[in-house]
Ligand binder design. Structure first.
Ligand SMILES: Cc1cc2nc3c(=O)[nH]c(=O)nc-3n(C[C@H](O)[C@H](O)[C@H](O)COP(=O)(O)O)c2cc1C
Length: 340
């Protein structure tokens, strides 16, 4: 029986074999402290490709050294990063998965040595450093860093680029009024707070023709913060600016208590999909094939992003297929496992 979760998905010139996406997850394992992939990352990502995930999105990968959450984050700020990323791409693709990379800047949530940067000089909490308010020059350099990172991602052979605009990192800090109190053209109204992301998208689009995703936090969980209604408008602008899909997460802009339950963010993906008329990815405690099928069949999202369940079980797609009473083709070496 054909199941939506195992139906192909074509976006621009890229076809995913199914709707299962490995959600970007920082592993904080670049023990070289220079942003380079380690052996661990090869094992980690290739396992999920052998597990038949359709699209593997690499964890938040920093576009500048100061844009790292920790000094063990992956990086793509230097041409020297390309070689290993290219090797990883070749390996993952041998198992039929497509690849994406999440381009990121941690903003005020960076914990690296030296100055850290944000739209306004407001720390996340009392334990974090106070960031420097970015000058126009800092803003332009950072936009260029996203563009250079996109060029490198292309050279490394990624199929998809995702811009990290969620979880209270730099781009999210520009979008939210809780973290952006600027008085210039990058702060104030919704449209002005969107300007930084707009310029990042435009800069990436100048060098990247392939599918472009943006991850957003569709709720700040704060009375003066953003809600999904604001993100419907942002999504409309992103669509105009050439974004193909919004990956809809939530929270982490300011410290807040979040009520987490199965599929707790799906309604945001659904609202943005239906009101901004753009493809969306749903993420957040989606752990069963039936749950994923419900989301897709009811047109609530186009892709299913799976995070922690894929940490627990790199072969989760096989389990989901079994639950949905369907079969997927394993790598040829493993076929014997399906014959008695
Ligand atoms: C260890 C870990 C690292 C994460 N790192 C990132 C990241 O690099 N970028 C990002 O956008 N989200 C990150 N997330 C959030 C996940 O991508 C996902 O949105 C979240 O875990 C909810 O999905 P889940 O319930 O399927 O795990 C991370 C989550 C975990 C558990």
């Amino acid at each position: 029986m054909s199941r939506a979760l195992f139906s192909p998905f074509t976006i621009k010139d890229v076809t995913l074999k199914n709707r299962i996406v490995m959600s970007p997850m920082c592993m904080y394992s670049a023990v070289n402290r220079n942003g380079f992939l380690e052996d661990f990352h090869f094992t980690h990502y290739i396992s999920r490709a052998a597990g038949q995930v359709g699209l593997i999105i690499l964890e938040a990968t920093a576009v500048t050294p100061q844009g790292r959450i920790s000094d063990q984050d992956l990086g793509i700020w230097d041409d020297q990063h390309i070689e290993k990323l290219a090797k990883l791409n070749v390996q993952i693709k041998k198992y039929g998965a497509k690849t994406g990379i999440q381009l990121a800047h941690a903003g005020r949530k960076a914990t690296v040595d030296g100055d850290i940067y944000a739209p306004s000089a407001i720390p996340f909490d009392e334990n974090m450093k106070t960031p420097k308010e970015m000058t126009k020059e800092d803003i332009h350099l950072t936009i260029n860093a996203f563009q250079d990172a996109a060029k490198r991602a292309k050279k490394a052979g990624f199929d998809i680029i995702e811009i990290h605009g969620a979880h209270g990192y730099l781009i999210n800090e520009f979008l939210s009024p809780l973290t952006n109190t600027r008085k210039d053209e990058y702060g104030g109204s919704l449209e002005k707070r969107y300007r930084f992301l707009k310029e990042v998208i435009q800069a990436v689009r100048e060098v990247w023709e392939g599918p472009l995703f943006v991850r957003v936090s569709a709720n700040d969980y704060h009375p003066e913060g953003l809600t999904v209604t604001d993100y419907v408008q942002y999504a409309k602008w992103m669509k105009e600016d050439g974004v193909d899909l919004i990956d809809v997460s939530s929270g982490a802009v300011v410290p807040a208590k979040i009520d987490v339950y199965p599929g707790y963010q799906v309604r945001y993906a659904e609202t943005i999909r239906n009101l901004a008329i753009i493809q969306t990815g749903a993420v957040g405690m989606i752990t069963s094939g039936l749950q994923a099928e419900e989301i897709l069949k009811n047109n609530r999202a186009d892709l299913i992003f799976v995070g922690r369940e894929l940490l627990r079980n790199p072969y989760w797609p096989y389990a989901a297929a079994k639950e949905l009473n369907t079969e997927i083709t394993p790598p040829v070496q493993y076929e014997r496992g399906w014959k008695f």
